[in-house]
Structure formats: C-alpha cells, structure tokens
Design a binder for this molecule. Structure first.
Ligand SMILES: Nc1ncnc2c1ncn2[C@@H]1O[C@H](COP(=O)(O)OP(=O)(O)OP(=O)(O)O)[C@@H](O)[C@H]1O
Ligand SMILES: Nc1nc2c(ncn2[C@@H]2O[C@H](COP(=O)(O)O)[C@@H](O)[C@H]2O)c(=O)[nH]1
Length: 306
C-alpha cells in the first residue's frame, strides 16, 4: 500500500542510517584487527593515505591509537598532543606533516608493529630509586591477579623487608647452586655489588596457567629476559627529573653516601638505555604509574581470550 511506503526524505534518512551503521561496523572491524595484531597500525595508516575516504581513512587517529595494545586513553591523549594532532582528525584528513609524525611514531616503536596478544610477561626496569619497588608493591596490593616475581639476592635484608615477599635472601653458595641448577631465568650483579636473579619456576608456571607476571629487575636482567623470551614487554620507569631521582634516593636513606654515588653512576647508564624499551612510564604518581603498567597486561589478557 502506497501510504505504508517511506516518503522520499524518509528513504534518504533510512539509507543514511544504514550506511552509518555499516561504516561504524567496518571501522570496528579495523580496530579489532589492530587490537588482535592481525594488522598493524602502520598498515592501516598506509591504507588510509592511499584511500582517504575509505574505511581506514574515516577512522579517527584517536580510535586507531587506542586500538593498539598498551595505549590507553590517557596515553593516547598525550601522544596526539605531542604529535600536534587534533582529537577530531581522521586518518584520511591528516596534513602531510601530521601524517609523517604519526608514521614516525608508529614506526619507531617495535612493540606497536607486532602482535603482543600472547605476551603476559612484563619487565619493569629503571634507574635506582625511581620507584620500581614502590610501584611493584602498589601493584601487589591493588592488583592481586598479577603475579610479582620474587627475586633471589645475595644482599642482606633492609629493615622491614620480609623473606619470600621482598626477596629470597640467599648466601653466595646458594646463589651459585641456583645458577648451576639452571633455576634462574636471568641473573646479574647489580651496582657492582650483590647478585640478583629471577627464579624460573614460578614465572613459567604462571605463564603456563595464563596469568600475568611482573618482573622488577635491572637493565642487564631486562636485556637477558628479552633474549630468553622475546615476547616479554619491557617497561622503563622514569623519574620526573634527575633532581627528583637524587631526592628519592637520598630520601629513602637506605644506602650510605658511597653506595648512593655508585647507584647514581649506574643510573646514568640505565637512563641512556631507555630507548631499548617497548614502553616508558614516568613515575610522577605511584597509583598512575602502576595503572599504566597494569593496563599493558589487562589489554593483553583481554585480547588473548578465545
Ligand atoms: N611517585 C613517587 N613520588 C614520590 N616518591 C616516590 C614515588 N615513587 C617512589 N617514591 C619514593 O622513592 C624512593 C625510592 O623508591 P623505591 O625504593 O621503590 O625505588 P626503586 O626503583 O625500587 O629503587 P632500587 O632500584 O634502588 O631498589 C622511596 O622512598 C619511595 O617511597
Ligand atoms: N637482574 C635482576 N635485577 C634485580 C632482580 N631483583 C631486583 N633487581 C634489581 O636490583 C636493583 C637493586 O635492588 P635493591 O632492592 O637492592 O635496591 C634494582 O634495580 C632491582 O630492580 C633480579 O631478579 N634480577
């Protein structure tokens, strides 16, 4: 019956709304492909440049960035601010310089180019007194699903440290035995002083069970884990400034002046190596830094679900 048929303006509205739904679905599919590692963000950008009015071209830069595992909304806002790209910009509407900056950003970060869907191992490293232990402790308390690896060390306990929670405090002989028995995933002499190592068993067991594991270790250890387990994601914790790092070290008051000086020398070398890491997190605030680290695991855990 003629009166039940849509009038021409209605036809336009229905068609437009169907097209909008189809476009939204197509964009959601692209985002899911990036999130699962099926396509890289770089590939999506390349397609958008080739076809600015296609599905990829209609994707907002913000949508592309938050599809990438390890980039949450806060980090995405910081990135687009740094790249001087407006949040409303679509990939197809980027100017040449914006496009180049975005392409450079995506190319420079190996972790953003490859799928990270199967990585559950996060390594947290950074200079002395930046707050690695504090951030790891916050994660232990507030995110019980994350297993914090407990290292073995030959150094003596500090006041307040607990055997089996802070560290396994072992003798030199016992540490030698652990190395010989291949019980350590990695180990290093840190600050030219004591030996520290990650017991392999609990890490393997947690990963096999599908749980996320956090290792809080030094730069040498991070490099060794990368060699042994390339799927591990390396996070470098940074201080807001060098002066603040010195303030934290002195304020902690657990080392004498000679040990502080030795640690600060190591810190300079460690800071120079930050470019080797997949992610950098500035520890302004403990809860925020912990959240950023845990976000890496949550995204990965979710994306690795069947
Ligand atoms: N976001 C923060 N703001 C202010 N102080 C902090 C912050 N995070 C940690 N601290 C303080 O800085 C000091 C050093 O922290 P922590 O011992 O966790 O460092 P670390 O990186 O584990 O050091 P190390 O490698 O020497 O063991 C502590 O006194 C801690 O309370
Ligand atoms: N390579 C490893 N480094 C480790 C491990 N556990 C801790 N550490 C690092 O040692 C220093 C000093 O720690 P502190 O407790 O004496 O202040 C710090 O940078 C830790 O990250 C480990 O298992 N392997």
């Amino acid at each position: 019956m003629a009166e039940n048929r849509p009038t021409p303006p209605e036809v336009d509205r229905v068609a437009a709304s169907r097209a909008a739904v189809a476009a939204r679905r197509a964009r959601a599919k692209v985002k899911a492909e990036v999130a699962s590692g099926e396509r890289t963000a770089l590939e999506v950008l390349a397609t958008a440049i080739h076809d600015p009015i296609g599905v990829e071209g209609r994707l907002r830069v913000t949508e592309l960035l938050v599809s990438i595992p390890a980039i949450g909304v806060t980090k995405m806002r910081r990135i687009i601010h740094r790249l001087e790209i407006s949040p409303s910009k679509r990939l197809g509407g980027l100017g040449r310089h914006q496009r180049d900056r975005l392409r450079d950003f995506l190319s420079e970060r190996p972790a953003l180019r490859h799928s990270t869907a199967d990585s559950k191992l996060i390594v947290l490293a950074g200079p002395t007194a930046v707050g690695k232990g504090t951030v790891a402790g916050y994660i232990r308390k507030n995110y019980p699903d994350v297993l914090l690896s407990v290292s073995a060390t030959t150094r003596a306990p500090r006041p307040g440290e607990t055997e089996g929670v802070s560290y396994y405090f072992v003798s030199d002989d016992e540490f030698d035995r652990m190395i010989a028995a291949d019980e350590l995933l990695e180990w290093a002499t840190v600050h030219n002083a004591y030996r520290y190592g990650t017991p392999r068993g609990p890490v393997d067991a947690a990963i096999t069970a599908g749980n996320s594991v956090l290792l809080e270790i030094d730069l040498q250890g991070a490099r060794a884990v990368r060699r042994a387990m390339p799927e591990a994601r390396l996070v470098f914790l940074l201080p807001p400034s060098w002066d603040e790092l010195v303030r934290r070290l002195i304020g902690r008051g657990t080392e004498d002046a000679a040990e502080q000086a030795r640690r600060l020398e190591t810190a300079k070398l460690e800071l120079a190596a930050q470019g080797e890491f997949d992610y950098r997190v500035i520890n302004h605030d403990v809860a925020d830094a912990a959240r950023e680290v845990v976000d890496l695991m949550e995204i990965r855990a979710a994306s690795s679900m069947p």
